[in-house]
Structure formats: structure tokens, C-alpha cells
Design a protein around this ligand. Structure first.
Ligand code: WQD
Length: 333
């Protein structure tokens, strides 16, 4: 079975490639390195002790994309490639809509051209846009997300849904991630955003490592037990394993299904700081700053559908997540 992984050099993509190779799948990887590094490909091969073909191709380049499908017999696609920084999407909406949506349209057209109609799509819990003290289930109606990044994810889900309606041979599993974090236990691959990180754990890791001076805690006056925002952080290796289950499911059903990937546990910013201090043995200096516009107080998953439909649930806890990030940060230097 040959799986095309778009965005395979990225954070979640690289961990999923490793799991696919270890699971005996053949993979073909595509990436344009807009937010990833070529060196990651060698690290994936080192972990899995297997090699794979790679294409430095952008989804916006239809001809180059078509060439991949001409050269390889692709059975299914795991589609990660996309821009994902919330703040950047607010500043550059056209870039985000063009890149994420046109890229996906190109991919789907070429897949259809070659009779490849199975996809696992990297979506996001951001499509819910709900602030709730209840865990969020898939039945919750997506609201229009607040930023262009989130809108691209919701629009793509809807496009994929319409493709499935138009042609009953299509099968799509859209995975709505909560807050991916962590790194591979080898310390070889992990999250290494270019520039100053937007997300909490990569930022904390750089503070612990002395690369950044201190963390700004965005608001300590939310209606939560310690006043800071609560999120459902999920270990990237658990997330990667869920993609293998989703791929199997994509071969067993048709139409689009959407599934939450989270742990069902919420942690506050202060709890995350404490966990990282335990894992690293470092003090994390912080200051309380104003709330970040667009942030929710609480967001965590009801993960029961993933358990019943995919037979998957998260196994790694917060301490493992922080430990693996710290190990990766130190190895990276
Ligand atoms: C987590 C918590 C912040 C940074 C975003 C996207 C979402 C998804 C994942 C992916 C919040 C607080 C953060 C900091 C802080 N996208 N925080 N200081 O906002 O839940 O989700 O990433 O590709 O679509 O919106 O994650 O890690 O940015 O924030 O206090 O320097 O940490 O306020 O409570 P978020 P996050």
C-alpha cells in the first residue's frame, strides 16, 4: 500500500511518516519546506531504518503534483500540507486562503484524475469555535472560526464533504486535532517552528533552553480554577498513531467522517508551566500579560468517537509530553 504524505517533513507529518514506515506502509513524501526542514527527512529514515521517495513540491504547482501521481501508484493520501499560524493568517488572509484551499483543490482534482479517492485530512478543533466547560463532541455544530487559518480548515472539510457527496467512491476521514505537542522519544524529530513560537509548549521549551527570556501568560482572569486558559494537549506520537487507524478506517468506509483527536483532559497554562519545570528541572520565568485576542477560556475534547470508530485513544500523559519536548530541545541544541 502506497501512501502519499503531503507536508511529511512537518511536525505531525514527520511523526506520522515514522509510524507508517514502522507499520510496513510504503510512503511517498511531499513538502515545500515553508515551515519545515529538509534534515527531518533523514531523521525519519534513521528512526524507521527505511528509505522513501521524496518530492520537494508545492501543492500549488499542479504539473509537479501530477508528475508524482504519474510516477507512483498512490493508494491514499494523508494531507497535512498547509499554513497554520493563526496570527499570520490574520495578517495575510489571501496567502492562507490561496495556499490552503487552492492547494487542497489541486490535490483533490489530481487524486480524482488518477482514481485515488481516499484521504485522511489534518483538520483542527478550531472549527468548533466554542468556549465550553463541557468536552466538545463532533456533533457540536462548527461555528465560523474567528481567524482565516481556522476558516480554511472548515472550508476544506466542507469541500471534502461535497466531493464525497458527488462521488460515492470517495472516503475522507477529517481529524480535528486539539493541541498537538510533544516530540519523538528518540529526540530526533519534534516541533521546531521557524522564528518566535506562537504556541505555548514550543515557547516554554525555548525559555527553558535560555533562547527566550520569559513566557507571557495570556490572561490569568479567565473563569477557570487558576484563571489561565485550559486546553487539551495531545502527544504527537499518539496523534501519529491515530492517523494509521484513520487510514485503515478510510479503506473500510465511504463518505466523510470527522473525528476529534484529544485526550479528554484539560490543563491550564500554570499546570503546563509546572509540568515543564518538573520535566526539565529548569525554572520557567513568566509574566502575566493581557488576554490574547480570540483565545477561548476552555477547550477540550470528548474523545469517545475516536475510541469507538478508530479503536484509538491517547496513551501518553502530560509529563511524557514535556519530557520528550525537553529531550528533543536539548538534542537540537
Ligand atoms: C494554548 C494556551 C494561550 C502562548 C492554537 C490554534 C489552533 C491549533 C493549535 C494549529 C492558551 C496560552 C500561549 C503563550 C500563553 N492550531 N499561551 N502564552 O491557541 O489553544 O490553539 O494552536 O495548528 O488552531 O489556535 O494554542 O499553544 O497558542 O495556546 O499564555 O506565549 O496557552 O492563551 O490558553 P491554542 P496555544
Amino acid at each position: 500500500m502506497v501512501i502519499l504524505v503531503t507536508g511529511g517533513a512537518g511536525f505531525i507529518g514527520s511523526h506520522t511518516c515514522t509510524e507508517l514506515l514502522e507499520g510496513g506502509y510504503e510512503i511517498v513524501v511531499l513538502d515545500n519546506f515553508v515551515n519545515s526542514r529538509p534534515g527531518t527527512l533523514g531523521h525519519i529514515e534513521e528512526i524507521a531504518r527505511r528509505e522513501f521517495p521524496f518530492y520537494a513540491v508545492d501543492l500549488l504547482h499542479e504539473q509537479a503534483l501530477r508528475r508524482i501521481f504519474k510516477e507512483r501508484r498512490i493508494d491514499a493520501v494523508i494531507h497535512f500540507a498547509g499554513l497554520k499560524a493563526v496570527g499570520e493568517s490574520v495578517r495575510h488572509p489571501l496567502w492562507y486562503f490561496h495556499n490552503n484551499i487552492t492547494g487542497t483543490l489541486n490535490l483533490c482534482s489530481i487524486m480524482a484524475e488518477f482514481g485515488c479517492k481516499r484521504m485522511v485530512f489534518s483538520s483542527s478543533a478550531t472549527v468548533y469555535g466554542i468556549d465550553s466547560n463541557e468536552p466538545i463532541s463532533e456533533e457540536a455544530t462548527p461555528r465560523t472560526p474567528i481567524n482565516p487559518y481556522g476558516k480554511t480548515k472548515l472550508m476544506i472539510e466542507r469541500i471534502l464533504g461535497d466531493i464525497c457527496v458527488s462521488d460515492p467512491e470517495w472516503s475522507v476521514v477529517s481529524l480535528r486535532y486539539f493541541n498537538p505537542a510533544g516530540a519523538h522519544t528518540s529526540g530526533l524529530i519534534g516541533e521546531d517552528p521557524k522564528g518566535i513560537p506562537n504556541n505555548l509548549l514550543p515557547y516554554i521549551a525555548k525559555v527553558a533552553n535560555g533562547e527566550l527570556e520569559k513566557l507571557s501568560v495570556f490572561g490569568d482572569d479567565y473563569d477557570t480554577p487558576d484563571g489561565t486558559g485550559i486546553r487539551d494537549y495531545i502527544h504527537v506520537v499518539d496523534l501519529a498513531k491515530a492517523h494509521i487507524c484513520a487510514l485503515r478506517y478510510a479503506f473500510a468506509h465511504t463518505g466523510q467522517d470527522v473525528i476529534n483527536l484529544g485526550t479528554g483532559m484539560g490543563y491550564s497554562v500554570f499546570e503546563i508551566i509546572a509540568a515543564f519545570e518538573r520535566a526539565s528541572g529548569k525554572k520557567i520565568p513568566y509574566q502575566v500579560a493581557p488576554r490574547r485576542p480570540g483565545d477561548l477560556a476552555v477547550c477540550y475534547a470528548n474523545p469517545s468517537k475516536a475510541k469507538s470508530v478508530l479503536g484509538w485513544s491517547a496513551e501518553r500523559d502530560l509529563d511524557a509530553m514535556c519530557f520528550d519536548i525537553w529531550h528533543y530541545t536539548q538534542r537540537r541544541g
